[in-house]
Design a binder for this molecule. Structure first.
Ligand SMILES: Nc1ncnc2c1ncn2[C@@H]1O[C@H](COP(=O)(O)OP(=O)(O)OP(=O)(O)O)[C@@H](O)[C@H]1O
Length: 518
């Protein structure tokens, strides 16, 4: 099947994009030809970066849309061998049925299509281009395969962890449903089904330098808790003194195939909880940088999060929902209602370092301008917690530590949009994947009804500033609970005591391209 590139039809790579030299093709049939697609005549053309399919005039051709399929979005193209003697078949064609003989040879292209209303959600698409010319079909299958090979940095080898107890215990089935995508792209997957909590973390932390070098990425098939385990393991290895091991861990990309109860990581980076979409981003080798929040608490090892740390209501909710795990995601609703009625508030002292950038009321999306601007401004300097100089609670000095204290129903430090079924727009709607900014949410003591009103808007707008709620853009935060204490919910894991949180811009790369809006 594999054919070497011919002179005059060279493939070269420029910034990861296929450079298909069409200036001097050896033979014009190689770059433009007629095929039959779903019973319709189409003119197919290979451009520098895509396959273009244009429907020709004919019966019901107006019902078909022309297509441009970038090589970077093709999982695989292959010649379909002739299957014996072909019978004439009926092809559905608009409102009519046209009798047309199916040619014996075909190029099959495995790609995906975007949902019309939510382009970030993808579905598999197979395009079969028929022709009677066997040589033409071989040539096109080969040319498209060559172009696909250089079109993106696809992972060759992945380490995949499956948590059989995540969410509704469907992780193994979800993996089975998406595994064929990796067969199409020829990605080798080493699959480990976790046997105990922290199995994934321990496994990654024990990998030798050679084992790490063999992998291009680590994938969590489960919920946010499993992704968090993998993230923490990789960052722990990166912090090791062994340079070669740290370097090998630093080039790993992380992926999340959603199979948990919340799946905020996959939802936030891809804009959808679709397992196919997540797997497609991984197999196609998409890459986007992700901010990570480092959380330090006394006497504990640092912990890393890509979602949020919450104190008060949101932590009490997770603590009490743990005993209801058998109810799946329903447990959050029940535990939420019980804690709402309890109506507790907690005293805390807060120091924070305001961020120089502001959220600007723009949602994060693929090729995000806000994240790009943050990259330009990035001075890479991490804030020091050693001498916070608290001043009066004001926003006037962006580079100085500020202070707040009081009785709070809820305190949240959010690093990414944190989308979930409960808040599809994001818990923090205007947080970004890589803008180097935390959103500190302070919800002061208020009545059950007032808090209920604040909570009721979250599914539609995310957390919003209001009479009891303050939203602060920050780079670092220190929170010191006082008196009776709640606990911390950090991406679903519980911690106690004070915390220091700071954002590390683009600390890890994940298999995603951000949220596509068109
Ligand atoms: N085999 C296992 N047995 C028990 N616990 C496990 C196992 N594998 C992983 N875990 C732990 O289960 C916890 C929850 O898993 P996971 O995040 O995958 O699902 P979830 O909690 O249902 O989803 P979400 O975090 O999205 O709400 C993780 O913290 C992980 O450490």
């Amino acid at each position: 099947m594999h054919r070497k590139t011919r002179p005059g039809h060279s493939l070269s790579s420029l910034d990861g994009i296929a450079e298909l030299d069409l200036e001097a093709p050896v033979d014009s049939s190689a770059t433009e030809a007629l095929f039959i697609l779903r019973g319709q005549d189409v003119s197919a053309k290979l451009t520098k970066s895509a396959l273009q399919l244009t429907h020709q005039d004919g019966c019901c051709s107006w019902t078909r849309e022309d297509l441009t399929v970038p090589f970077s979005e093709i999982f695989m193209a292959a010649k379909r061998e002739a299957r014996g003697k072909h019978k004439a078949s009926w092809w559905a064609c608009g409102s009519m049925l046209c009798r047309r003989r199916k040619p014996a040879h075909a190029v099959v292209i495995h790609t995906f299509q975007r949902d019309k209303r939510r382009p970030c959600k993808w579905r598999p698409l197979r395009l079969t281009l028929y022709s009677e010319n066997a040589d033409l079909v071989s040539q096109w299958a080969s040319d498209i395969s060559d172009a696909v090979r250089v079109a993106s940095s696809r992972p060759q080898s992945l380490l995949v962890f499956i948590n059989p107890f995540g969410g509704n215990r469907q992780a193994a089935q979800i993996w089975q449903s998406v595994a064929p995508i990796f067969q199409l792209t020829g990605t080798k997957c080493e699959v480990v089904e976790t046997q105990w909590a922290m199995h994934a973390r321990e496994t990654v932390e024990r990998l030798s330098t050679e084992d790490l070098q063999r992998q291009d990425g680590i994938i969590a098939v489960g919920g946010d808790g499993l992704f968090q385990e993998v993230l923490n393991a990789v960052l722990t290895v990166r912090a090791r003194a062994d340079d070669s091991q740290a370097l090998a861990a630093a080039r790993l990309r992380l992926g999340h195939i959603p199979a948990g109860s919340t799946d905020a990581v996959a939802f936030s980076i891809n804009g959808t909880r679709s397992a196919f979409t997540a797997a497609a981003h991984i197999a196609l080798g998409d890459r986007v940088g992700l901010d990570v929040m480092r959380v330090d608490s006394p006497g504990e090892l640092p912990c890393f999060s890509v979602c949020y740390a919450a104190y008060g209501y949101m932590a009490d909710l997770v603590r009490s929902s743990e005993s209801m795990r058998c109810l799946g995601s329903l447990r959050y609703g029940l535990a939420g209602a019980a804690n709402l009625l309890r109506g507790r508030s907690y005293h805390a002292k807060i120091h924070y370092l305001p961020s120089s950038s502001r959220s600007q009321g723009l949602e994060c999306q693929s090729s995000c301008a806000v994240c790009a601007a943050a990259e330009e401004q990035d001075n890479s300097g991490l804030p020091s917690f050693s001498r916070p100089s608290p001043s009066a609670h004001s926003h006037s000095h962006a580079s100085h530590w500020q202070q707040a204290d009081g009785s709070y129903k809820s305190i949240m430090v959010i690093v990414s949009p944190c989308r979930s079924d409960m808040s599809p727009a994001g818990l923090s709607r205007y947080s970004h994947l890589s803008d180097g900014r935390l959103t500190l949410v302070l919800v002061k003591r208020c009545s059950v009804l007032q808090y209920l009103r604040f909570m009721a808007t979250i599914p539609y707008t995310g957390v919003r500033a209001g009479p009891f709620a303050e939203l602060i853009d920050a780079k670092a935060v220190e929170i010191l609970p006082e008196g009776e204490q709640s606990c911390w919910n950090i991406d679903g894991e519980l911690h106690t005591g004070s915390i220091k949180a700071q954002v590390h811009r683009c600390l890890v790369d994940v298999f995603s391209r951000g949220i596509e809006t068109r």
